[in-house]
Design a protein around this ligand. Structure first.
Ligand SMILES: Nc1ncnc2c1ncn2[C@@H]1O[C@H](COP(=O)(O)OP(=O)(O)OP(=O)(O)O)[C@@H](O)[C@H]1O
Length: 568
């Protein structure tokens, strides 16, 4: 784990080295001060000129300040670089995860890993590790100089510091545990808040504001409690450090006083020794702080690694090799969403030739949307064969497969941004003519004409400024712009009014003349003219045929049609 932490530093090692070096020079300037102070005191006694030592002291102060500030800036700069690198890697991985993994994770928690945990890395890698190295230098330097002053006093000091250091060592594991829990609590809070924000209207309409505020509040309180635990243990470690120095001070004063009285030690040496003693406060404090930060960094690293260790997909979408429509075949497909889940597909089989309109119908939960999830390879089927264009989908390069498919999901999301950005989302290089054609086809041209800024009108977060039907047509236009060889429409017409639905039926018929269209529909009226209808039920395909054939042959289909007033 520490090795992985250090891997984040590697690209910045040169700047970090310079920063560290400046820090060391600053420390050295600091270390020289008590020594110079000793000369000033000696000069008092000997009636010598104080100018030299005083100038030396001033130079040491100035050099120390300037060099430390420079070193500090370089450290901060490196810290920002480290955070940037960690965020880039994490976001890159997150957007390449498999749908199956993302479905299990909570978006709010993922967000907190990118924003919160990466920031913690910065502290441990810059202030923590580099600061600790500087502190060790200060500590060793101070100890060497103290040894030069008086060995006995040094022994007294080290004894006291070591006893208290042992106590601090006992506290550290507790800090680490509390810190990990604190970060988890923050992630949990993000997840709960995200859930509330994602379903904002439902929260309001359900009058659930107070309850959701309570739930997020509870998560925040848990984060605070864990934070307080960390603060408590950290303070205890800080107090122990401070006590160590104070007790050492008293002991040194007593022993040192006796030694001065016996003539074994000069007063100026005792003063310098005591000054060095107080110099120990900062580096020891920094070492304790560094150890605390290391615990934070390790906890953050664990959470970042959890995501980075998940398998990713490498998807290169090549330019379409051909626009020829492709057919689809499911053969004895068996699929469940997880080992502990029931079978969703239990030997599904059907065939769709290239071109034309095929509808998937059946009761809710029959596994229709799952057919699309398998075709897009969001999930992998466990048994059987799925072919697209006569080729097993496992033999298709993933990017090429997805490049050949157009997909309109059930909720047909519209992203924030302008209408144009949304339409061109899957087809960056579509021409204005293609865009215009897609708009006319999906009857969005009227809408664009009405909007104040036309295609450049912002659609709001998740397209809230559009109506449900408009959102769905935008999603369809987006899929069409990609010129798919197989268009998958999931419930694509459920939110359209009667006039638009009729128009869209014409559009789908038009598109089906050029490419293969597979549509999932609850409203049979939209698919009565389909070339073939696949009736799914309870994890299998029970019948395939045209509307007229199925009315005559399949009881379930007849029932579905009857409830929708298509037959009496
Ligand atoms: N991501 C998922 N993880 C686990 N189970 C899932 C997931 N998606 C769907 N399911 C389950 O799989 C079954 C089939 O779902 P699917 O969405 O394919 O049905 P459907 O026929 O499209 O239904 P509807 O017409 O209501 O959309 C359901 O019982 C559902 O609970």
């Amino acid at each position: 784990m520490i090795k992985e932490l250090l891997a984040h530093i590697r690209p910045h090692r040169r700047i970090l080295l310079i920063g560290g070096l400046l820090g060391l020079i600053g420390s050295a300037a600091g270390l020289s001060m008590p020594l110079l102070a000793k000369y000033v005191v000696d000069a008092f006694g000997q009636d010598a000129s104080m100018a030299g030592p005083l100038i030396g002291l001033t130079v040491a102060v100035l050099v120390g300040a300037v060099v430390s500030a420079g070193g500090n800036y370089l450290m901060e700069r490196t810290g920002e670089g480290i955070v940037l690198g960690a965020r880039r890697r994490l976001v890159d991985r997150m957007l390449r995860l498999r749908v199956a993994d993302v479905d299990r994770l909570k978006p709010g928690d993922l967000l907190s890993r990118v924003t919160g945990d990466t920031t913690l890395l910065r502290a441990v890698l810059t202030d923590g590790i580099v600061g600790s190295i500087g502190s060790v230098f200060m500590l060793v330097g101070a100890i060497v100089l103290m040894a030069a002053m008086d060995g006995v006093l040094l022994l007294v000091t080290l004894l006291v510091v070591m006893v208290i250091g042992g106590l601090v060592g006992l506290i550290m594991p507790r800090i680490q545990r509390a810190q990990k829990e604190a970060q988890e609590a923050v992630g949990e809070m993000g997840a709960v808040l995200d859930r509330a924000l994602q379903s904002y209207r439902t929260v309001k309409a359900s009058g659930a504001e107070a309850r959701e505020i309570g739930v997020v509040g509870e998560a925040a309180v848990r984060a605070r409690d864990r934070g307080l635990q960390v603060a408590g243990w950290t303070s205890l470690a800080g107090v122990a450090t401070w006590m160590a120095v104070q007790i050492a001070f008293l002991c040194v004063l007593a022993v040192g006083g006796a030694r001065v009285a016996s003539g074994a030690l000069e007063v100026s040496s005792l003063i310098a020794f005591l000054l060095y003693l107080f110099y120990l406060v900062a580096p020891i404090g920094q070492l304790v702080e560094g150890a605390v930060q290391l615990q934070q960094g390790l906890a953050a690293m664990t959470r970042i690694r959890e995501i980075e260790n998940l398998p990713g997909e490498t998807v290169e979408v090549p330019p379409p090799a051909s626009a020829e429509p492709v057919g689809v075949r499911f053969e004895n497909v068996v699929f469940r969403y997880g080992d502990d889940r029931p079978l969703v597909h239990d030997g599904v089989g059907f065939e769709v030739p290239p071109g034309g309109l095929t509808a998937l119908v059946g009761p809710s939960g029959a596994g229709k949307s799952t057919v699309f999830a398998l075709l897009e390879r969001f999930y992998e089927h466990q048994e059987g064969t799925i072919t697209v264009g006569g080729r097993d989908i496992r033999d298709w390069p993933l990017g090429e497969l997805r490049g050949a498919l157009g997909y309109v999901e059930q909720d047909a999301p519209v992203l924030a941004g302008t209408l144009r950005e949304n339409l061109l989302f899957a087809a960056r290089h579509a021409t204005d003519e293609e865009l215009r054609r897609a708009l006319t086809r999906t009857r969005l041209d009227d809408l664009v004409a009405r909007l104040p800024e036309g295609l450049d009108t912002a659609v709001g977060h998740r397209g809230v400024l559009l109506s449900g039907g408009e959102r769905q047509r935008v999603a369809i236009a987006r899929a069409l712009l990609r010129k798919p060889r197989l268009l998958l429409l999931d419930e694509a017409t459920s939110q359209l009014d009667a006039v638009n639905e009729l128009r869209l039926r014409e559009v789908i018929a038009e598109v089906a003349a050029e490419t293969t269209v597979l549509v999932i529909a609850h409203r049979l009226s939209t698919v009565t003219n389909a070339d073939r209808i696949v009736v799914m039920d309870a994890g299998g395909v029970r019948a395939v045929g045209t509307h007229e054939e199925l009315i005559g042959q399949d009881e379930l289909y007849r029932e579905l049609a009857a409830t929708q007033f298509l037959v009496t």
